[in-house]
Design a protein around this ligand. Structure first.
Ligand code: ASP
Ligand code: MG
Length: 454
């Protein structure tokens, strides 16, 4: 294999469906080999494995443990069995499976967030081991690299925050020399905290890993290979007429990711924007179909770019007469929310009440609900709290939305059959968001798409 100079290095990330089975892995390997600039490959766990590991970590249902373990074994063995020289790797996978069995037994006795992350990390550890073998079968020597050596994080298990400065330094000293020698295969999603225990970055965190590594190594591009050929004007499963967007700006894509388009992990674009590294999103099932390039500037940014939908939103309405002509009420509310690690998404206020939704992006591996009794009790000491569930957030993404005329009429004029629960408009020129009852969400998206995009 030819070795490209490191200054034009590309990071390629393959999601769970792109490493789901042997054939998917072969397709992904061929994508890697088709571009000698790809020097670093970041992988998710094979599709389904993370969910199974989380089920084991919850330790709730010991009777189901054997079933979950068998499922994981079945998914990984289906790959081992197709390898020409599977013996050595089979032993390694067996060791991983033994470990998983042991840890899940421990979880059956007492669960902990640290134990969950330790268990869950085996998905990425196994997929990367297997992929190295698949590369070998394609006559391409590749080295396995344990990302935990350089992805240092804090100890918020389930949703740990990486230390970017440490990563930059460690990537330079321990990863760069290896990249000069051969292709490197490593894990997305996992890291290690100061005591060396394994952490995870939150569901879907492999994209974020790839972007952070791209930034640390000053990559010229980050390729995210998934099961859809790019970013669409809206989810094609909801609206079959949705169109692929060939080029989109960082700002627009970040709004989409944050507001529910499941294609990129919401944090992915932060490092890319900071370092101005374009991100390509394509389908590993059909690499020649092209994809979407997310970059700094695009030609002719349209007024309406895309529609995103985020389900299962909870609206908190806080009423208090103390708010009337008072100072510091919102500060107090935000203080409480911050203490409970909640970031606020949408917010509107009136004279005596404030309504807000909570940011649920990149939900954590541990799966607790954000709305805890402790939080509700603390808020109730300050004001009357109303909770409405099962709402959906619709975000219209575009450019200069807050400067243009007629946006309100274009959007709400066609939505008169629907109850619009809350509207946020004007804070960002890139989005207009509102809440509707969950049951109406798809119809609202269809109606808007046909009026604004078709
Ligand atoms: N395997 C992890 C998950 O399913 C991380 C990822 O796929 O990005 O959430
Ligand atoms: Mg993913």
């Amino acid at each position: 294999m030819s070795t490209a100079p490191l200054n034009s290095l590309l990071v390629a990330k393959f999601g769970g469906t792109s490493v789901a089975n042997f054939d998917a892995m072969i397709r992904s390997a061929d994508i890697v080999l088709s571009n000698p600039a790809v020097r670093l490959v970041v992988l998710s766990a094979s599709a389904g494995v993370t969910n199974l590991l989380i089920a084991l970590a919850e330790g709730k249902d010991p009777d189901r443990r054997a079933y979950h373990l068998d499922e994981i074994r079945r998914i990984q063995y289906a790959i081992v069995d197709r390898l020409d020289n599977g013996q050595v790797i089979r032993e390694e996978i067996d060791r991983m499976l033994d470990n998983i069995a042991m840890l899940s037994e421990a979880a059956g006795l007492a669960t902990s967030n640290a134990l969950t992350d330790e268990l869950v990390s085996h998905g990425e550890l196994m997929s990367t081991l297997l992929f190295v073998e698949v590369m070998r079968q394609r006559q391409a020597p590749a080295q396995w690299f344990d990302i935990r050596k350089i992805m240092r994080t804090d100890d918020r298990f389930g949703r740990a925050e990486p230390d970017g400065a440490a990563l930059k330094e460690l990537a330079r000293t321990s990863l760069l020399p290896r990249l000069a020698e051969s292709l490197i295969i490593t894990q997305g999603f996992i890291g290690s905290e100061p005591k060396g225990r394994t952490t995870t970055l939150g569901r879907g965190g492999s994209d974020y890993t790839a972007a952070l590594l791209g930034e640390a190594l000053q990559a010229s591009r980050i390729d995210i290979w998934t099961d859809v050929p790019g970013i669409y004007t809206t989810d094609p499963r909801v609206v079959p007429e949705a169109r692929r967007i060939d080029e989109i700006s960082f700002e627009e894509a970040a709004e989409m990711a944050t507001f529910g388009a499941k294609i990129l992990h919401p944090a992915t674009l932060l490092p890319a924007v900071r370092s101005d590294i374009p991100v390509f999103v394509g389908s590993s099932k059909d690499p020649h179909a092209g994809g979407t390039l997310v970059c700094n500037k695009t030609a002719h940014p349209p007024l309406f770019r895309a529609l995103a939908l985020r389900r299962r939103q909870t609206l908190l309405t806080l009423h208090s007469l103390n708010m009337l002509q008072a100072r510091g009420f919102l500060a107090e509310v935000f203080n409480i929310l911050a203490r409970h690690f909640i970031s606020v998404d949408l917010i509107t206020t009136s004279e005596v009440s404030v309504a807000l939704t909570m940011d649920t992006t990149g939900s954590n591996t541990i799966g607790d609900s954000l709305l805890t009794t402790a939080l509700l009790t603390e808020l109730s000491s300050l004001c009357r709290v109303e909770v409405e569930e099962n709402l959906a957030l619709i975000a219209l993404i575009g450019n200069n939305l807050s400067q243009a005329c007629g946006v309100g009429k274009d959007v709400f004029g066609v939505l008169d059959p629907f109850n619009i629960r809350l509207i946020c408009y004007g804070a960002s020129s890139h989005n207009l968001c509102f809440l509707v009852p969950g049951a109406d969400a798809e119809q609202v998206v269809k109606t808007l798409h046909s009026n604004l995009f078709e």
